[in-house]
Write a protein that binds this ligand. Structure first.
Ligand code: CAA
Ligand code: FAD
Length: 379
């Protein structure tokens, strides 16, 4: 495998790095403390084309490949994991899902503003009783002829309060199980659609997470995505790509914590020498570096397979599993290397440790990734 980056990919990586250092780093601690959505920064990300990176320019996107997306995601997440998840949901769940599976009319209406970052999107699959067990959808959409009547609750929805366009998964025919599930484009403000309070979270506090309630919401027939019964396949296919986004987010968190720990270990003196000269610390950094390099290779492999149009269910799950475990291990060790300073917000690594945890949970927990990977082995 040759992952030599092109001029264009290197340019995107540099642009994301410059943006993250100049615009995300200042204020990242305060936004975490205040659970403040990075509204100004998201606007700038839109101007840079980071909210519709892989969308065809004819729909307002930047027309870049998935490898460029991974590179940009890593740079953003290295500094601010909250900004990274906002970006990941908009790019790899919402825009990608609409571009690949919606009709021309739906694309013109919904994709163009989303890809330009004029509005933000949300992807609504999880429910109070259907998280990992995603086929157990309780939200229903009853066919009323010219429209569907949507009822139910979605839980933990990223961009839940700030989004304007929501992709909502619902059961339309219980008898048919997962083949009786559909996906719909739903707009904020429709009668019967309400948004719960913002969740108070351990990490990624800059991103807004909400429950969404649907009570007799009329969804026009033309807002269904694809053929009747396509919704679960749609969700799974979209998540395969989404997992590359979260893998890159995890990679960025790990790389950010590693860089801080490496610097600190060279500066901090204990027992008359920099702590990196104590083998116990040097070996931790060696292990971090190996794991991060392996995680990056898995992300690149999945992204380049996606760019080549291959099935990425297996490689996306492997990248997500390994990168999220790496993010958790690396951030825990980065805190350890920082000693007492690792435990206070000023040094960033405690926030990174809290942020890392979610990457093992959302877009399929680590246990679910192992299910997807092991089933792939048998296939
Ligand atoms: N890609 C494509 N199709 C897939 C698939 C995949 N990765 N995984 C399953 N499918 C298909 C299967 O082929 C099957 O279709 P057919 O019957 O037509 O063959 C169908 O989906 C049902 O699959 P299973 O029989 O395997 O169903 P299951 O109930 O045993 O398990 C599961 C399915 C893999 C566990 C699935 O429910 C799953 O992925 N759960 C995790 C849900 C998840 O990732 N949620 C994330 C929400 S979004 C989010 O979290 C965003 C964010 O935080 C930022
Ligand atoms: P459960 O499914 O109840 O799992 C509990 C535990 O049991 C986990 O450890 C799990 O791995 C394990 N488990 C479950 N089934 C099995 C099994 N078969 N084998 C082995 N172990 C198993 N969802 C969206 O749809 N859109 C979003 O934008 C979104 N954003 C989120 C943002 C945040 C901050 C959070 C916290 C969640 C978000 N989610 C979102 C939901 C997320 O995808 C789910 O929380 C996740 O899929 C797990 O589902 P659950 O919480 O119901 O856990």
């Amino acid at each position: 495998m040759d992952f030599k980056l092109t001029e264009e990919q290197l340019m995107i990586q540099q642009a994301a790095r410059d943006f993250a250092q100049a615009e995300l780093l200042p204020g990242v601690i305060e936004r975490d403390e205040e659970s403040k959505f990075p509204a100004e920064q998201v606007k700038m990300m839109a101007e840079l084309g980071f909210l519709g990176m892989m969308v065809d320019p004819k729909y307002g996107g930047a027309g870049l490949d998935s490898v460029s997306y991974v590179l940009a995601m890593e740079e953003i997440a290295k500094v601010d994991a909250s900004a990274a998840v906002i970006m990941s949901v908009n790019n790899s769940l919402v825009c990608a899902g609409i571009e690949k599976y919606c009709n021309e009319e739906q694309k013109q209406k919904y994709l163009v503003p989303l890809a330009k970052g004029e509005v933000i999107g949300a992807f609504c699959l999880s429910e109070p009783e259907a998280g990992s067990d995603a086929t157990s959808q309780k939200t229903t959409a009853i066919d009323m002829g010219d429209h569907y009547l949507l009822n139910g609750t979605k839980n933990w929805i990223t961009n839940g309060g700030t989004a304007s366009t929501y992709i909502v998964i619902a059961q339309t025919d219980v008898e048919k199980g997962h083949k009786g599930i559909n996906a719909f484009l739903v707009e904020k403000g429709w009668e019967g659609f309400s948004i719960g309070p913002k969740e108070k979270k351990m990490g990624i506090r800059g991103s807004d997470t909400h429950s969404l309630m649907f009570s007799d919401v009329k969804v026009p027939k033309e807002n269904r995505i694809g053929e009747d019964g396509f919704g679960f396949t749609f969700a799974m296919n979209v998540l395969n790509g989404g997992r590359i986004g979260i893998a890159s987010q995890a990679l960025g968190i790990a790389q950010g914590a590693y860089e801080l720990a490496l610097k600190y270990a060279q500066e901090r003196v204990a027992f008359k020498k920099p702590i990196i000269q104590h083998q116990a610390i040097a070996f931790k950094l060696a292990d971090m570096h190996v794991q991060i390099t392996a995680a990056r290779l898995l992300c690149m492999k999945a992204a380049s397979e996606k760019d080549a149009g291959q099935d990425i269910s297996h490689s996306g799950a492997m990248a997500k599993l390994f990168a999220s475990e790496t993010a958790m291990n690396t951030t825990v060790e980065a805190v350890q290397i920082h000693g007492g300073n690792g435990y206070v917000s000023e040094y960033h690594v405690e926030r990174m440790m809290r942020d890392a945890k979610i990457t093992q949970i959302y877009e399929g927990t680590s246990e679910i990734q192992r299910i997807v990977i092991s089933r792939g082995l048998v296939k």
